[in-house]
Design a protein around this ligand. Structure first.
Ligand SMILES: C[S@@+](CC[C@H](N)C(=O)[O-])C[C@H]1O[C@@H](n2cnc3c(N)ncnc32)[C@H](O)[C@@H]1O
Length: 267
């Protein structure tokens, strides 16, 4: 049996709890499976190295959706104070004990307005319950001329998974993601200048469709409850159908993520 989504009505608090639980459960396997996340983080950190050498050290940086704190030590090379924020307490527990951590919801940051110099966020903001409002929230906590370096999963992602599940039923089994155009619109409306915005397709390849499906679970990327879905069970027969319908490339089951890398400045 395997998890699949069936419709039910949920509120936002339930959705947040569901997200936190899912990432907390993924803690053990996360670092091993988060290859695509590492590549996006490397690209963002490269942007930081290019831009931040022009700014004086001694600044406050907040890593939003920091997960197990995999990017903190590199951020500390550029910023004097680095804080990790995540909804999942279990994820934060894995971060280095010398890191100041805040178990909080990115959509309602318990941070003072105009208090942060730089926001870093890798592979997390797509979990926001309202991306337009989140960008306003990031703008609020940043000081004037503060910078944001973020990567966000956008539409067109997990296309192979969608194709495979389409054989079984009419339900969407992958999260619905925002478009690049929406992300740009929300950023500008929140009061940011968009210094750069690059779309990249990151792919992971697995030996079998089953391994590809399991990888999503290992990084907590299974379907979001916010779209009025909840976990149910996929029968063995349906799972076989999904695996048989999974499109293979050179006999490998590829999982594709469309990711936008953005660098923003508060006007
Ligand atoms: C895919 S992981 C990325 C972790 C890390 N940034 C990295 O580069 O590997 C996404 C993280 O976002 C966190 N997250 C999801 N929704 C959140 C929310 N509303 N507020 C804060 N963190 C959230 C999850 O708990 C998870 O640790």
């Amino acid at each position: 049996m395997m998890a699949v989504s069936i419709p039910v009505v949920v509120n936002q608090q339930q959705q947040k709890k569901h997200t936190a639980d899912k990432f907390s459960k993924a803690v053990g396997a996360y670092a091993e499976h988060a290859n695509v996340q590492k590549r996006a983080a490397t690209a963002l950190l490269k942007k930081i190295a290019n831009v931040e050498s022009n700014h004086p050290m001694g600044e406050v940086c907040v890593d939003i959706g920091a997960g197990p704190g995999v990017n903190i030590s590199q951020l500390k090379q550029h910023f004097a104070q680095v804080y990790a924020v995540d909804l999942s307490f279990e994820m934060l527990k894995l971060a280095n004990s010398s890191t100041a951590s805040l178990c909080a919801d990115m959509d309602a940051l318990p941070l003072l307005s105009n208090s942060v110099d730089v926001i870093f966020s890798n592979f997390a903001v797509q979990w926001s319950s309202n991306l337009a409002e989140l960008l306003q929230e990031l703008n609020r906590v940043l000081k004037q001329k503060g910078r944001v370096y973020l990567s966000c999963v956008v539409d067109g992602s997990l296309a192979e998974i969608a194709t495979a599940f389409a054989k079984v039923d009419q339900q969407s089994h992958v999260n619905s993601f925002h478009s690049v155009a929406q992300l740009k619109k929300y950023s500008a409306k929140a009061g940011f200048i968009i210094n750069s915005c690059d779309q990249v397709c990151y792919q992971d390849a697995y030996q079998s469709p089953m391994a590809a499906l399991r990888s999503l679970k290992a990084i907590g990327a299974t379907n979001q409850l916010g779209t009025q879905k909840r976990q149910g069970l996929l029968t063995r027969h349906a799972l076989q159908q999904v695996c048989a319908a999974y499109p293979l490339t050179d006999k490998q089951a590829v999982v594709s993520y469309q990711v936008v890398l953005m660098e923003l400045t508060k006007v």
